[in-house]
Design a binder for this molecule. Structure first.
Ligand SMILES: Nc1ncnc2c1ncn2[C@@H]1O[C@H](COP(=O)(O)OP(=O)(O)OP(=O)(O)O)[C@@H](O)[C@H]1O
Ligand SMILES: [Mg+2]
Length: 446
């Protein structure tokens, strides 16, 4: 009886290990398919959102693009469904193999028992006892191996999601979070800064050298695609770069704790978010810690000239609620700017084309306002408008990921290069603008 127990025990362990190992076999293929599924679901999901998005309706109607997009969506959906079916097939194929193994194993046990009963007078009680023991052993060992296979699969998914995003806009944050608390006491030193987007062959930043002193106002000018926004994102620690290429008072930027950077910085991005919730959210997100400071919020809203329904901060804006009021492009941009004004005591202010949607008079007012408010803090302004540059401590002209010229307005006018040409071309606008500024000042005095 003892020998028979050992034989059944070994038999059960070997079977469970084999059955479990089968779970490891399709892992690679399943991971590949899951990645493919995620990529494809983003594509057809995006097209679906594009078609049903309320703000897209007018353009789709005018261009009569709805059927065209629907067709594209269908094709993407079919592709996605194919991957889904492939995944189901793999699962059922391996399940079938495991079920067949179980059938053969159970049949073998019955046959062995039948012989044992015939030769050794085994009772039904022995049979029940041993088959139960065999089943429990097999099932426990199998589940152990199955869980290991699941863990391996899940871990690989986790690594994929954390390592790279499925969208092309990838924020490759440094893997190890820095511990230093962010503080700017003297200067930001950028030397030989290079950055290439993972899905691109050309360098978006190609050897940038730049010194920004604490309290300086730096204006970055340059054609579309010259690398201005990329440089801003690198300075915010959103992209990983060589550790010695951006130093804050001699300390590599990736040694700082990200949250401590974000606490001190106020940014208005070129592609700022329109929060389709309430005015309160749109302003308050600029400084979550002071979200409840309604008095400050009212002041900021008056400053950016946003009117509220019945003085109510909960006024809904956007498209997604029946009571919401829609805003114009310029009003949304004013709300984005309000997030800067709402942030208390930032040490660095960054504006990436933050006023492009404003009417000229409001733009001049805000630029002057920003420059006055930011007099004591380090300010970086990306703009296509040369007029703003005149008041900067440093003007940087970028082209194809490189810095073409840098210096003060007077220095750059003297060398008669790209800035000079930009200035000469846009000069008339700024003479106009100076007049607008004078008018604004006059109207304030009156
Ligand atoms: N997520 C991305 N993936 C790949 N390439 C990118 C990505 N974002 C920007 N680029 C490329 O990097 C280069 C610099 O882009 P960037 O947005 O920094 O230019 P910019 O000077 O801010 O232009 P603009 O004045 O139009 O805002 C461009 O050639 C652009 O195509
Ligand atoms: Mg840009």
């Amino acid at each position: 009886m003892f020998n028979v127990d050992i034989i059944f025990c070994i038999f059960a362990i070997v079977f469970a290990i084999f059955k479990g190992l089968i779970d490891f076999k399709p892992i690679k293929e399943k991971i590949r398919l899951t990645k493919e599924q995620q990529r494809k679901s983003i594509k057809h999901g995006y097209l679906y959102e594009l078609m049903i998005g309320i703000k897209n309706q007018k353009e789709l109607m005018i261009y009569r693009a709805f059927d065209f997009l629907k067709q594209k969506w269908k094709l993407e959906k079919v592709e996605y469904d194919k991957t889904e079916i492939h995944m189901q097939k793999i699962n059922s194929k391996f399940n079938r193999v495991q079920e067949s193994m179980s059938i053969v194993f159970n049949a073998l046990i019955i046959i062995i028992f039948a012989n044992l009963v015939k030769e050794n007078n085994f009772t039904i009680g022995n049979y029940v006892l041993i088959t139960m023991a065999v089943n429990v052993t097999t099932s426990n060992i199998y589940h152990l191996i199955n869980q290991l296979a699941q863990m391996l699969e899940n871990y690989t998914h986790y690594e994929t999601v954390h390592g790279t995003a499925y969208y092309s806009e990838k924020y490759i944050e440094t893997k190890v979070e820095g511990t230093e608390k962010f503080k700017l006491q003297n200067q930001i030193k950028i030397s030989n800064l290079r950055f290439t987007y993972p899905n691109s062959k050309t360098e978006a930043l190609d050897g940038i050298d730049l010194l920004i002193n604490k309290g300086d106002t730096v204006v970055i000018l340059g054609e579309n695609g010259s690398g201005k926004s990329t440089l801003i994102k690198v300075l915010l620690g959103l992209y990983q770069v060589r550790s010695d290429s951006v130093l804050i008072d001699g300390i590599p930027i990736n040694q700082f704790n990200k949250n401590s950077i974000y606490k001190k910085v106020s940014v208005v991005f070129q592609d700022y978010i329109q929060y389709h919730t309430t005015i309160k959210d749109n302003v308050g997100i600029g400084d979550i810690e002071n979200y409840k400071d309604s008095n400050h919020m009212y002041k900021v809203l008056r400053h950016v000239d946003i009117k509220l329904n019945n003085n109510n901060l909960e006024t809904k804006v956007g498209y997604i609620d029946e009571e919401s009021i829609n805003l114009s492009g310029g009003q949304w941009q004013r709300l984005a700017l309000s997030r800067f004004y709402f942030k208390k005591n930032p040490e660095i202010a960054i504006f990436d084309e933050a006023t492009a949607a404003l009417d000229p008079m409001t733009e001049v007012r805000h630029f002057n306002d920003i420059l006055t408010q930011c007099e004591d803090i380090t300010t970086i302004i990306v703009s296509h408008r040369v007029g703003i540059a005149k008041r900067a401590d440093k003007i940087v002209v970028m082209e194809n990921g490189r810095i073409l010229e840098q210096g003060t307005h007077t220095e750059l006018i003297e060398i008669k290069g790209t800035y000079y040409n930009m200035w000469m071309t846009q000069k008339e606008w700024y003479q106009e603008e100076d007049k607008v500024t004078a008018d604004v000042k006059q109207s304030v005095l009156n």
